[in-house]
Design a binder for this molecule. Structure first.
Ligand code: GUN
Length: 299
């Protein structure tokens, strides 16, 4: 039976640290960390995420602003808002919730965010810093940064000699995850939908990260005995056993099978999910410290 990695608990620890750092900043007369969350349109899942981000920011003692824009907002209007937020000294973090409506090019919008306020870590400057190992000054995307903290809880900070396999090559999770694992001295393989014999490759992994968005794709016999399994997937599937029309959340890993083989595994829900918002708070307080000319806090 695998150790269950409690992401909720680790996320709470991160948030406690953010609150303490926020208190110290105020005590030094440097004001509050400011986070602006921007949402365009009415995608229900995005609305839930954004509300949760704004709520946690308030709970941390941040100056928290949410901009809710109409689905018909033009790219020029959104860029004008970002330009105002870039210039606003009370704002240290800007997050534009993705996906954006079709008339807006997400790439253009992301590159318009000042890199020092890019708490999502999606700007080319931050992507480049992560890719070149400049972790001391980069903002790292929240989900892989949170996944890395969970891995460290099990394996420590130095992962020298371990084989890591990341399934999924997205810019938000797979690629930054691979770069973080490489920086921690893993031997890293990035697998994707065109990879040959994925089960055999996955079985080589001491650290297996699944970030594909396919419910329960990773089976128990894909897992090397004793491996650390990080399940980034959050998939809603029908659950007729709970009643007609009911649903439940599952990851990209078939949990009941994998936990019999793995050394440690993240559950869904309650694994990686809670870490994402906690790391957004961490990135925002880091940004506020840097803006105040203070040393960068570490998490
Ligand atoms: N949509 C889904 N995940 C994310 C994320 O991490 N950041 C932003 N901005 N949008 C998202």
């Amino acid at each position: 039976m695998a150790q269950v990695i409690d992401g909720k608990n680790v996320a709470e620890e991160v948030v406690r640290k953010v609150k303490a750092l926020t208190g110290d900043l105020a005590a030094q007369g440097k004001g509050k960390p400011g986070l602006a969350v921007v949402i365009v349109g009415e995608d229900p899942a995005s609305q839930v995420y954004v509300a949760s981000k704004s709520r946690t920011a308030k709970e941390c003692g941040f100056h928290s602003v949410q901009h809710t824009l109409d689905a018909a907002t033009t790219q020029a209007e959104l860029l004008a808002l970002i330009s105002r937020l870039n210039a606003d000294p009370e704002i240290h973090g800007i997050l534009v919730q993705l996906p954006l409506p079709g008339q807006i090019d997400a790439g253009t919008v992301i590159q318009a965010i000042a890199p020092e306020k890019d708490v999502d870590g999606f700007h080319f400057i931050n992507v480049g810093k992560l890719g070149t190992g400049e972790l001391e000054t980069a903002f790292v995307p929240c989900t892989p940064a949170g996944s890395m903290l969970l891995i460290e809880r099990v394996r420590g900070k130095d992962l020298s000699g371990l084989n890591a396999v990341v399934i999924g090559r997205s810019n938000i999770v797979g690629k930054p995850m691979a770069n973080l694992l490489l920086s921690a001295n893993c031997t890293v393989t990035v697998a994707h939908s065109r990879t040959r014999d994925l089960p055999a490759l996955a079985r080589t992994a001491d650290i297996l990260v699944a970030a594909v968005g396919r419910p329960e794709m990773v089976r128990g016999d894909w897992v090397k005995p004793g491996a650390t399994v990080i399940d980034v997937g959050i998939n809603r599937i029908p659950a007729p056993e709970k009643g007609e029309g009911k649903t439940r959340l599952v990851g990209d890993v078939a949990y009941a099978e994998a936990e019999k083989v793995a050394g440690a595994i993240t559950p869904v829900p309650g694994g990686v999910g809670p870490m994402t918002i906690a790391m957004l708070m961490a990135n925002t307080v880091v940004s506020a410290y840097l803006a105040a000319g203070l040393d960068r806090p570490s998490f």
